[in-house]
Design a protein around this ligand. Structure first.
Ligand SMILES: NC(=O)c1ccc[n+]([C@@H]2O[C@H](COP(=O)([O-])OP(=O)(O)OC[C@H]3O[C@@H](n4cnc5c(N)ncnc54)[C@H](O)[C@@H]3O)[C@@H](O)[C@H]2O)c1
Ligand SMILES: CC(C)(O)[C@@H](O)C(=O)O
Ligand SMILES: [Mg+2]
Ligand SMILES: [Mg+2]
Length: 330
């Protein structure tokens, strides 16, 4: 059984008198840092000058160059993009590490694939929220929390788990639930999830549905509303109460179509492709590809991103959202 932790299992006092440096102030950095601060913890930001720096200052946080933040911190949470972590670690984080400090991550990529090898006398832990950073913040403000995974890679000082749990409490995760895993399991399941289902599988499924309807002469607006807009409403039901709740709410006609046609669309060939995608994660092929892609300035990433930004689904989607007041930015 996976170990689970809640508020009562975590003691914020473990971080009393300790300074936390959140390195990076993007999606996770901002969400986690603001929650830690509002939980009464001593948090500073380490980032390079630019938009993120300005944004942290505007939020009222103390901001330093990465090396200066690491130097003065007891707990260092690395929330840089995965592809930048190894270089910044060597240049600006490693020199500031010393015995008893705790180095933390929200994703295991660089530790698991050997891009970062911390010294043996520091704790190495993970607190990985299972959701995007702006929701880590929004749910905390609402008095709830995004669940998180913790993992302990090195327990040099004997307090790595207590620190990880206190940090998880500080960001609001123990209000939901915190599950213990390993760096390997988090890395492989997280990459698989985002590639095969959450981001990759879902985008491909939406595009396939949109393109099929449009190719058969239906209006792009109808196609967008059907396969993209309404998807969120259906996923919300699954999030709240599983497939069963979604099936309770939709019509019997939809439910029968779901049960009989869904497995035809996601048929055996999809299982074969998912297995291949998983094996490329497990044997390091995906990691190598992504690391090399970054070394040559991301040509594949850029070309594929541009092609999808210009897809009719995106064009018509933006037009439709502009018509609805609920999507107006405040
Ligand atoms: N995005 C998510 O919701 C999410 C969810 C779970 C885990 N994670 C993990 O969290 C970590 C951070 O991801 P993110 O999506 O929040 O990143 P991000 O791209 O949103 O933000 C990265 C931050 O690092 C800063 N930065 C980039 N290069 C830098 C450098 N060389 N020196 C100093 N600062 C630099 C950027 O300015 C920015 O503030 C990753 O390990 C990711 O896998 C992200
Ligand atoms: C939010 C996700 C997809 O779950 C995260 O894993 C990421 O890498 O951004
Ligand atoms: Mg991820
Ligand atoms: Mg994830």
């Amino acid at each position: 059984m996976v170990e689970k932790y809640y508020d009562a299992d975590a003691d914020l006092g473990v971080l009393a008198g300790k300074r936390i440096a959140v390195i990076g102030y993007g999606s996770q950095g901002r969400g986690q840092a603001l929650n830690l601060r509002d939980s009464g913890l001593d948090v500073i930001i380490g980032v390079r000058p630019g938009k993120s720096w300005e944004s942290a200052i505007k939020d009222g946080l103390e901001v330093f160059q990465v090396s200066d933040a690491v130097q003065q911190a007891d707990v260092i949470q690395v929330l840089l993009p995965d592809e930048d972590q190894a270089r910044t670690y060597q240049e600006s984080i490693r020199p500031g590490l010393s015995a008893g400090k705790t180095l933390m991550f929200s994703h295991g990529f660089n530790i698991h694939y050997g891009q970062i090898t911390p010294p043996p006398d520091v704790n190495v832990a993970m607190v990985a929220p299972k959701g995007p950073g702006h929701l880590v913040r929004r749910l905390y403000e609402e008095g709830a929390g995004v669940p998180a995974l913790i993992a302990i890679e090195q327990d040099a000082a004997g307090n790595a788990r207590a620190i990880a749990l206190a940090y998880a409490k500080g960001i609001g995760a123990t209000r939901a639930a915190v599950f213990e895993t390993s760096f390997r399991e988090e890395t492989e399941t997280d990459l698989f999830g985002e590639q095969a289902v959450l981001c990759g599988g879902c985008s491909a499924l939406i595009k396939a549905g949109f393109e099929t309807l449009v190719a058969n002469g239906y209006a792009p607006e109808m196609a967008y509303l059907e396969v993209c807009h309404e998807l969120k409403l259906i996923v919300d039901l699954i999030y709240e109460g599983g497939l069963s709740k979604m099936r309770e709410v939709v019509s019997n006609t939809a439910r029968y179509g779901d049960l009989t046609r869904g497995p035809r669309v996601i048929g055996p060939e999809v299982y074969v492709a998912m297995q291949e995608v998983l094996e490329e994660i497990q044997d390091g092929r995906f990691a190598k590809e992504w690391i090399l892609e970054n070394q040559v300035n991301r040509p594949v990433f850029s070309a594929l991103t541009r092609a999808d930004e210009e897809h009719d689904l995106e064009v018509v989607g933006a037009e439709i959202r502009a018509l609805m007041p609920q999507f107006k930015k405040s």
